[in-house]
Design a protein around this ligand. Sequence first.
Ligand code: A3P
Length: 296
Amino acid sequence: MAQAQTKTKHVRIEEEDESLISALPTREGWWEPFFLLQGFWLSPSITKSVMVLRDQFHPRHNDISLATYPKCGTTWLKALAFAITNGSDHPVTGYCHPLLSHNPHDLMPKLERPFQHLTRTLTLGRVVHLCREPKDVLCVRMVPHQEGAPRLVHRVDRAFEFFCEGFSFYGPIWEHYLGYWKQSKMEGEKGLFLNYDEMIAEPTRHVKMLAEFLRVPFTDEESRGAVEEVVRLCSFQNLKSLPVNSQGVSKRNGLENSSFFRTGKVGDWTNHMTVEMAQKLDCIIEEKLRGSGLTF
Ligand code: A3P
């Protein structure tokens, strides 16, 4: 009986969601039409996921969400968070550490929601957000991840224009950043806002900061070696070299596992963008972030 009632409720929610989705603004241009949900452009399947999560996901007080705009270093952040929070069950120096045999995405569950869709989680739980220089984020979308691999988009000029207009997957990127940035400024204990370039420059300091935020700080004694071990285990070079990350196709999304590990470099945009493109995007980002205190 209870099961039948639940099923009926789910069908009702699905029907309501379908009619809500069909009323959303849409725009064509990417591989399929995107929907504009609460200010963000989402693919049809992600729009549906957001609706389902909104209806059915009930966050707990001690939940921690990792939030990233795609291509900002999600894979890295997941690996670090896993290594840090599971340090007692899986010592980072162990030969059988799960990160040696699993892609980081397979070790951390994924929810599909930009900030504005996360309000319930934010009231209760905490969020780590990782941002990245927007030109590098866009660059990942414009170039193949390895020689011979197809581009993520076929028309570089269109991808650039769309990105500048805010019409990108989960975009506008600046709205994505600003939501988490403001929250981390207003409620520091609930939001940790990290920057990819700064993490690359000082990984040890950031791993310690992340561990403190995740409430599993390294002791003074551990700090001597364990932090460096986490940094090494989760480093781009190490993860990229593992067969689990360099071969095969992900069962989750059909993407090549290697597509999550391209160059891992800061400033690769200089190799793929003209000066004019860079200046245009810089101006847009500066204008959109003006007054927030967030700069790139
Ligand atoms: P590049 O394409 O510039 O190399 P996401 O995980 O959000 O899809 O982001 C992918 C970007 O993060 C890629 O950037 C990828 O190479 C980089 N990356 C993946 N693992 C990393 C790691 N362990 N350390 C640093 N960067 C990493």
